[in-house]
Write a protein that binds this ligand. Structure first.
Ligand code: PMT
Length: 402
């Protein structure tokens, strides 16, 4: 997995070199991005030697009008698209303020805006700067946007004062990175069955009913569960995504095919997550020949498809059963009633009319509804991160269900 590591201008910048090494020990590939101030403390050469990658230091041209050290002027977009995580360590009060206010004055701030990958900041600064209401407010803003913060430690600071502000330990930062990227073993020994994508219901040999699901949400769940050590079975409607490495991938087309695949594999699963956008209706009969255009109106008769989630809910055993709800109104009310009607332990609800949520987006904005009445709203996150938050909750439900 690829990490962009922002290094900003503080004394703790020298510790970033050790951090790069420890991340590499965990097999992460690291691309370092340094701010101008960071280069007052450490040279880019240190990081270039450690990573084998050129260090990104400038948005456009290099020093004295020399050629840019970037492939192109839109390198920030290319980096934003290829990274799995943006980590900033050490993060100064200045970069926190820039992120919080959406400034885009240099490569790092622009990368932050352009990327949908999860973000971790590890602040380090003078104790008074750390405790200043402005810094607190900026951090609060970032936290509500889903940015992860590795709080600094207390101790003797480079400025001669004692208090909170010292960069968190390398171990704590690496642990946070692993946690956010879902690199852990907490699903080992468990089988997770995920459904993804749309279904297609034939009208005739050339036409069908379907929906806008891209499969991204379901595939993110499959990938996250596999990274966390699960044996993953992915039952997928027709999508344009590569099958995740290591998963049992079962392609299906219709609701009936998805139902059969789920029925076959659910008995061996500890967790079933239905992220697929399954057709609720299908034509009463698929015409054997292509429908001809006629002068009059054409009325298609539809019948309800079997409700796969509800069928599983009736024979749940000790499995944890998670459904999704794609809503355009009354999110809480509809999700709670779906949870009861379908016998799910949790419903992951997305208001698909929101920008950055639902169908085909790389991000999602969901609320988790649980049987015990809890309601957990999440900010806009990448689908991989939503998947990890869902899995965190599933793990708790697994403990309860024994
Ligand atoms: O695939 P993406 O482009 O990434 O988009 C993600 C998503 C919007 C598809 C996903 O986040 C989502 O909301 N999936 C569920 C969509 C849906 O069908 O919602 P629903 O409210 O109609 O169904 C509720 C639940 O019942 C779902 O878990 C669904 O899988 C299940 N269901 C529905 C109908 C049916 N016949 N059988 C079912 O099992």
């Amino acid at each position: 997995m690829k990490i962009a590591m922002g290094v900003t201008g503080g004394v703790a910048a020298y510790k970033a070199a050790e951090l790069v090494r420890r991340l590499q020990d965990k097999k992460f590939s690291v691309q370092v991005v340094m701010t101008r101030a960071a280069r007052e403390f450490v040279t880019p050469l240190t990081f270039a030697a450690l990573t084998g990658n050129k260090v990104i230091t400038e948005m456009f041209g290099g020093e004295n009008g020399a050629p840019a050290n970037l492939e192109s002027a839109i390198e920030h977009i290319a980096v934003a698209q290829r990274i799995d995580l943006l980590l900033v360590a050490p993060a100064t009060a200045d970069i926190l303020a820039s992120f919080a206010h959406g400034e885009a004055g240099d490569f790092l701030t622009t990368l932050y805006l352009a990327s949908t990958a999860p973000v971790i900041v590890a602040p380090a600064m003078n104790v008074n700067m750390w405790e200043h209401p402005a810094t607190r407010a900026n951090l609060e803003t970032l936290r509500t946007r889903g940015v992860h913060v590795v709080d600094p430690e207390e101790g003797y600071l480079a400025c001669g004062m004692t208090g909170a502000g010292r960069l968190a330990s390398t171990e704590a930062i690496v642990e946070k990175v692993c946690h956010v990227l879902g690199v852990r073993d907490d699903f080992s020994g468990q089988t997770v069955l995920v459904t993804a994508g749309p279904t297609r219901e034939d009208i005739d040999p050339v036409r069908f009913l379907t929906n806008r699901s891209s499969g991204k949400m379901g595939y993110a769940l499959a990938e996250a569960a596999a990274r966390r050590g699960a044996h993953v079975v992915l039952v997928s409607g027709p999508v344009h995504l590569p099958a995740p490495e290591g998963a049992d991938w079962i392609p299906v087309r219709t609701t009936e095919e998805m139902r059969q695949a789920v029925r076959d594999r659910a008995p061996g699963a500890d967790v079933v997550i239905m992220a697929a956008a399954v057709s609720d209706y299908r034509p009463t009969e698929a015409r054997p020949q292509k429908l001809k255009r006629q002068g009059e109106r054409l009325v298609l008769e539809l019948e309800p498809t079997p409700d796969i989630l509800a069928e599983l809910g009736r024979d749940k055993g000790r499995r944890v059963l998670v459904g999704f709800a794609a809503e355009t109104e009354h999110l809480a009310e509809n999700s709670r009633s779906k949870m009861a009607r379908k016998g799910a332990d949790m419903i992951v609800a997305n208001d698909v009319t929101q920008q950055g949520a639902g169908f085909d987006a790389d991000t999602n904005i969901v609320t988790l509804f649980l049987r015990d009445g809890r309601e957990i709203p999440l900010p806009k996150l990448s689908k991989l991160e939503v998947a990890n938050r869902v899995l965190d909750q599933v793990l708790q439900l697994r403990k309860i269900s024994g």
